[in-house]
Design a protein around this ligand. Structure first.
Ligand code: ADP
Ligand code: MG
Ligand code: ZN
Length: 475
């Protein structure tokens, strides 16, 4: 039987506020353990939480960007469970009245658009962190109380690739909104993946497992692929999938069972009596709406419209806001109507140079003027070849010199003057009688070979277009 996967993702996002969700403690990452704590986040009796207004604003901003309805009336609930990293023995979360509901994110996978519904996005607080040593475990409460936004999809995702794309797009939007670091390594973005399978075309839902402990988007994709295979094997052999939480082991590339009997969980939710319900006014929502910048999808469309980019090119450039701004400054400043040369240099050589140092192009410090001058020297003026242009660009990056200075200093300018190429052309024709014949017999490849020979003789400095023209005329 053929099966299809059904996936729902839960993303937890640290909101980038300076202080915690319900107290004034710092949220700074990497400080001395337990140095950023107070009676409120440690849950001392008698202490009272007060909501961080910025956390609420950020949460609303994300909800709006994900096309959610922002609830006019929202409240916080206590979610009870017992664990050493949870000093209050309950987490402040939102149960039946989440801040945002019923949104969606449209993603593109393999050239097709896919609508992923977002069930809810609610505000809660993070728990602490356990550090396990050989014979003891330590607890760090610095993370306790950091504002978290939990974004939950409907089970609308049907493959590991779609899950991956959803995460990439979500992260890109959040980065544009500038409300979270989205750093999985630091734990400021975490993703749990719920997955079941069902016979292809069926409409009901199968028994799901919940996967945790993935620390990269690739990890999520790999864990899902593994889990699909595991579940298909179980069902094909007449076994059953057990509802459970499984942990991803990034070393062995496997999931293993952490705990079963999920249905036994009872959090005893009830409204937190220490926090009043909130009424979110329409004016407030409108005000936050206005602060949302142009998001990646709109920017992609605009780049295609205004600069004539393909969807692929625009997609690469808008994937991160700094990169998009960097690219746009250069596209806008380029005087020509045809922006292709600039796009090609941005997503070709410049991206390659950046990638070799593990950077984004926006982190490469070449002035707009120098960059565009290089593109002009190669593409319009043909003072240097494409290949030379790439090495000049590398030198611009490492030395900060202007392209013309580098070209002069190393005498790199191409020879485009026909007079200066006469001698080499004549020699190549004489030395390659066979190829000359082939060319005359209509073999186009022979011409490229002859051009190559002239390039060799001039150590790559001849202008290949000029050489080609001259050869054609001669022959
Ligand atoms: P809760 O965790 O509050 O019990 P659910 O388990 O219904 O809520 O949903 C958690 C996540 O799991 C959601 O993203 C949802 O889309 C997804 N999900 C629920 N049921 C299934 C299923 N049978 N297969 C795959 N994903 C599921
Ligand atoms: Mg949950
Ligand atoms: Zn505190």
């Amino acid at each position: 039987m053929e099966y299809e996967a059904v996936i729902g993702l839960e993303v937890h996002l640290h909101l980038k506020t300076k202080s915690k969700a319900f107290c004034g403690c710092s949220t700074e990452f990497g400080s001395q353990p337990n140095s950023q704590v107070c009676p409120v986040c440690l849950g001392f009796p008698g202490s009272l939480p007060v909501l961080n207004k910025l956390a609420l604003d950020y949460a609303i901003k994300v909800g709006l960007a994900l096309n959610c309805r922002i609830q006019e009336y929202t409240k916080f609930d206590r979610k009870h469970y017992y664990y050493p990293d949870l000093p209050k023995n309950y987490q402040i979360s939102q149960y039946d009245l989440p801040l945002s509901k019923d949104g969606f994110l449209d993603i593109y996978v393999n050239g097709a658009s896919k609508h992923i519904r977002i069930r809810r996005a609610h505000l809660e607080e993070d728990a602490g962190k356990l550090i396990h040593r050989q014979d003891l475990s330590l607890v760090d409460f610095n993370r306790t109380g950091i504002p978290l936004l939990e974004i939950v999809t409907e089970p609308d995702i049907n493959s590991p690739e779609e899950a991956h794309e959803y995460l990439v797009d979500l992260k890109s939007i959040i980065e544009y909104l500038d409300v979270s670091d989205c750093d999985m390594e630091k734990g400021s973005l975490r993703c749990d993946a719920n997955i079941s399978i069902r016979p292809k075309g069926a409409s009901g839902l199968g028994v799901k497992t919940e996967l945790k402990n993935m620390n990269s988007f690739k990890g999520v994709r790999d864990a899902l692929s593994y889990e699909i295979e595991r579940q298909v094997k179980l069902l094909s052999e007449g076994d059953k999938v057990v509802q459970e939480t499984r942990l991803w082991d990034a070393k062995d590339l496997k999931t293993f069972s952490m705990r079963t009997k999920e249905e036994a969980k009872d959090y005893r939710y009830f409204p937190d009596p220490d926090l009043p319900p909130f009424i979110i006014k329409q004016e407030k929502i409108n005000e936050i709406k206005k602060s949302i910048p142009e998001l990646p999808k709109e920017k992609c469309q605009r780049f295609m419209r205004e600069y004539g980019l393909t969807e692929y090119e625009a997609g690469i450039l808008v994937s991160n806001k700094n990169k998009a701004d960097y690219a746009e400054e250069r596209l806008k400043t380029w005087p020509g109507k045809d922006k292709k040369p600039v796009v090609n240099w941005l997503i070709g050589p410049l991206t390659a140079i950046a990638a070799s140092s593990n950077l984004e192009i926006s982190e490469i410090k070449i002035s707009v003027a120098d960059f565009l001058e290089l593109v002009d020297l190669v593409e319009n003026k043909q003072v240097i070849s494409n290949l030379t242009g790439k090495s000049v660009l590398e030198e611009m990056v490492s030395t900060g010199k202007s392209p013309s200075l580098i070209i002069q200093g190393k005498n790199l300018a191409q020879i485009s003057d026909e007079g200066a190429l006469e001698k080499e052309i004549a020699a190549v024709i004489k030395e390659n009688a066979k190829s000359v014949e082939d060319f005359k017999a209509g073999k186009a490849g022979a011409l490229m070979f002859l051009v190559g020979q002239v390039m060799k003789k001039t150590k790559g400095k001849a202008n290949p277009k000029v050489v080609q023209d001259m050869l054609k005329r001669r022959l």
